[in-house]
Design a protein around this ligand. Structure first.
Ligand code: SAM
Ligand code: SF4
Ligand code: SF4
Length: 336
């Protein structure tokens, strides 16, 4: 099958699969407790795509150009037996990269079996090293030490490279940027600082909360000198920097101040089988219905072709006062 291109000639290369809309954290920038409280209606088990359904879609998507799959959520490790999904995806021919993004709280007990199932590498989110700051952000009482132990377990299991995602919010954790960089300097772990994004509609995003990629780089450079590194492939979301003293690399994800829609090759599959062609999409395209109603692989491939060929998303490039208020899917539903 020939590769797909959208209306801006962007191919489909990456698939992010959100396996659950549930999470054991209530990060204030993602699932604020006031909204995602005890009465919040999460998806029912029967609504979620099964691991077999996800694997079937992944196989078809790979035939149409997907090379990289990232498992995400919600918190992917709260879904039962996630390693079984990894075991099914890892051997798919044509899949070059299989990874997972997790908040790390359940990683200590799962790292080894994820690795054995075929996971290659992992990204762990950790926004601060100070416990008070971290707990005020995750709003679930999970300690920094729990996540650091998860990272250690991932390292011991041989998952590599390990990346750490830190969302930077001004006045909340930005004073800890250099501390985070310093902690992982020289360890092989790549910290990626992420500009706080206006994803979803519930996190009270305001531009004043954003610390720009440039400022993040300057603050780190002042204490731990860095220099830019070439992107390793088109479509890579993080700007790469390396320490001048050989202490490794960091990444900075600048979706607000320097959008990268021009080479966005990502599609996102929600837990109930809706395909979103942009993180800021208001609605997805339903792939569960055909999956459950006997559609052939060719019919599903044709659906994907139709969806991707008309794609014209470039939300971050056209972000404005007006777009910030538009309806869109929550990040905890389709993953980062
Ligand atoms: N629960 C997992 C985790 O936290 O790693 C996976 C899902 S989470 C939605 C994926 C990534 O999105 C995390 O690294 C998280 O920090 C990031 N994220 C969530 N809300 C964000 C926001 N408003 N701006 C920037 N990044 C955000
Ligand atoms: Fe959960 Fe991840 Fe969102 Fe935090 S960022 S609430 S850990 S899904
Ligand atoms: Fe891709 Fe949409 Fe993000 Fe632009 S805003 S980089 S099109 S996901």
């Amino acid at each position: 099958m020939t590769a797909l291109h959208d209306t801006f000639q962007r191919p489909l290369r990456d698939l992010r699969v959100s396996v659950t809309d549930r999470c054991n954290f209530r990060c204030t920038y993602c699932m604020p407790r006031e909204v995602f409280g005890p009465d919040f209606q999460f998806l029912q088990r029967s609504e979620l795509l099964s691991y077999e359904e996800i694997t079937r879609l992944a196989r078809i998507f790979i035939q149409l150009g997907v090379e990289k799959i990232r498992i995400t959520g919600g918190e992917p490790l709260v879904r039962a037996n996630l390693h079984e999904l990894i075991r099914m995806l890892a051997p798919l021919p044509g899949l070059r990269d299989l990874t997972l993004t997790t908040n790390g709280s359940l990683l200590r007990s799962q790292a080894q079996r994820l690795r054995e199932a075929g996971l290659q590498r992992i990204t762990v989110s950790l926004d601060a090293l100070d416990d008070d700051v971290f707990q005020s952000m995750n709003d679930a009482g999970v300690t920094v030490d729990t996540v650091l132990k998860g990272i250690d377990a991932a390292r011991e299991a041989g998952l590599a490279p390990i990346k750490v995602n830190a969302v930077v919010k001004r006045g909340v954790n930005d004073h800890g940027i250099v501390e985070l960089a310093r902690h992982f300097h020289g360890t092989g772990v790549i910290v990626r600082f992420i500009e706080f994004m206006d994803v979803g509609t519930t996190n009270g995003w305001r531009l004043e909360h954003v610390v720009s990629a440039q400022e993040i780089a300057e603050r780190i450079n002042a204490e731990l000198p860095i220099e830019p590194v070439e992107r390793s492939y088109p479509g890579e979301v993080a700007q790469r920097w390396r320490y001048r003293d050989g202490g490794g690399e960091i990444g900075i994800i600048s979706s607000i101040t320097q959008p990268f829609c021009g080479d966005c090759t990502r599609a996102r599959l929600s837990p109930e089988g809706q395909l979103f062609t942009c993180l800021f999409g208001a609605r997805g395209h339903d792939f569960r219905e055909p999956l459950r109603n006997g559609a052939s692989d060719d019919e599903i491939a044709a659906m994907l072709r139709r969806v991707w060929s008309v794609r014209d998303d470039r939300y971050s490039e056209i972000r404005s006062e007006e777009t910030v208020g538009l309806p869109r899917v929550e990040m905890s539903h389709i993953g980062g």
